[in-house]
Design a protein around this ligand. Structure first.
Ligand code: SF4
Length: 420
């Protein structure tokens, strides 16, 4: 029976792409096998943001080649000029599927001989990813994504509604809206032209979120990672106005707090501008929680830049930091800059900021202990059969009393002392 398995690296947009690929293949009669159970076709959905991501992708391809007849490499690492694509293209039984061709995967595969029976739904369906936007035209100096993801594209509310309904029908209670650069939703040329023809301004991401909230029921939305550049401030109003429908959680990408480094990264904002958004969010959105991404070891980063960053992270309540080391990507401006930071120093700085992030995370969690929050139950506790683990509306991960009958349910509970 024709079967496939899929491994995914990178951001939530990539995870959303993997889910879409899985649906497409299953619709064409392919059976999805869990990783490790063998399959005829293996898919590696790659990320190429760092050299480490490339290394992991190569490792995954080698792993799948041991048990699969054919391995399809897709995602940002499969863009034709990328280093990963150039190395794995030489390997036998490997097919490269560039990110812009992803929807044509069936043309690259042999037709399955027998259709698979419908897949039984997994037991817990809690949070689903929904991609609403693709592409970026920002050109941060370290980032290869605008070159590999193609032009901006936004899906309209009317196009997304059937997908929301399908996900709800499958039992999902939370939908995470994702994109490469969510704040650019509605800024693609097709949306702008359509708006101009109707004598209107181009729509913004907050309008899409409001549309989805107003045209659906019994599902909560969460905004995935969003950039401060072009951030639609009305989004904060929506979070305050619809606390049960739009999660009070902002993953606002920072990357660095030193203005010198932000400028060199081509990020188009200063720390003061970023912080004004943070202040507005914390003031306007009750119970709101902040998370962010940090990129360390950018060329020219000095100890004094790191101190500026550490000082800022102590000043504002970040619950989770996604910290990663800079690595030069061929074809980007930053890869040609002088003053590249030695690897050992990068590792040391990453370790330092991760440790600080854990301290900050505990403080944020503790500040909510004893308060009530809606929690989506996602899995059984690994430590205690009488407990379950879920995600609160504001993104806190909590372990609460419960059993398997709570899986996939939304419950309102008091945040207990931290066990995780
Ligand atoms: S905003 Fe910057 S980091 Fe994000 S995808 Fe665009 S170029 Fe890359």
């Amino acid at each position: 029976m024709a079967s496939f398995t899929i491994l995914t690296l990178g951001c939530r947009a990539n995870r959303a792409d993997s889910e879409a690929l899985s649906r497409l293949l299953q619709g064409a009669g392919w059976r999805l096998n869990p990783v490790g159970q063998g399959a005829e076709v293996g898919i590696v959905n790659t990320c190429t943001v760092t050299a480490e991501a490339d290394r992991k992708a190569r490792q995954m391809v080698r792993r799948l080649l041991k048990s699969c007849q054919l391995v399809v490499v897709t995602g940002c690492g499969a863009a034709p000029k990328g280093g990963l694509a150039q190395s794995v293209a030489q390997w036998e039984r490997v097919i490269l599927l560039p990110p812009r061709e992803r929807e044509r995967i069936l043309e690259y595969l042999p037709k399955p001989l027998r259709l698979s029976p419908p897949i039984p739904a997994p037991k817990t369906r809690a949070r689903a990813l929904l991609k609403v936007q693709e592409g970026c035209n920002h050109m941060c100096t370290f980032c290869i994504v605008p070159l590999v993801r193609g032009p901006l594209r936004s899906w309209k509310g009317e196009e997304l509604l059937p997908q929301v309904e399908r996900l709800q029908g499958e039992g999902y209670r939370e939908i995470v809206l994702t994109g490469t650069h969510l704040a650019l939703w509605g800024r693609d040329s097709a949306s702008k032209l359509e708006a101009r023809a109707k004598g209107r301004e181009a729509p913004n991401f907050a309008q899409l979120v409001e549309y989805l909230i107003k045209h659906t029921q019994d599902v909560r939305y969460r905004v995935s990672s969003i950039e401060p550049m072009a951030f639609p401030r009305p989004l904060l109003e929506l979070m305050a106005a619809y606390p049960e429908r739009l999660c009070p959680h902002l993953h606002l990408v920072l990357q660095h707090a030193s203005d010198k480094i932000l400028r060199a990264m081509g990020r188009d904002y200063t720390l003061a501008q970023y912080d004004s958004l943070v202040g507005e969010f914390l003031e306007r959105v009750p119970g709101g929680v902040l998370t962010t991404d940090i990129l360390l070891g950018f060329p020219g980063e000095e100890e004094s830049d790191l101190e500026i960053l550490e000082d800022y992270l102590r000043r504002r309540p970040f619950y989770h930091l996604h910290v990663f080391p800079y690595s030069p990507r061929p074809g980007t401006v930053a890869s040609t800059l002088p003053q590249q930071v030695p690897e050992a120093l990068k590792r040391e700085r990453v370790g330092r900021v991760i440790a600080l992030g854990e301290e900050c995370s505990h403080k944020v969690y503790d500040s909510f202990v004893g308060t009530e929050r809606p929690i989506l139950v996602e899995r059984l506790s690994a430590n205690d059969p009488q407990r379950v683990v879920g995600t609160a509306d504001n993104f806190l991960t909590v372990e609460i009393p419960g059993s398997s009958s709570d899986l996939g349910r939304m419950v309102t509970r008091t945040i207990p002392r931290r066990l995780l």
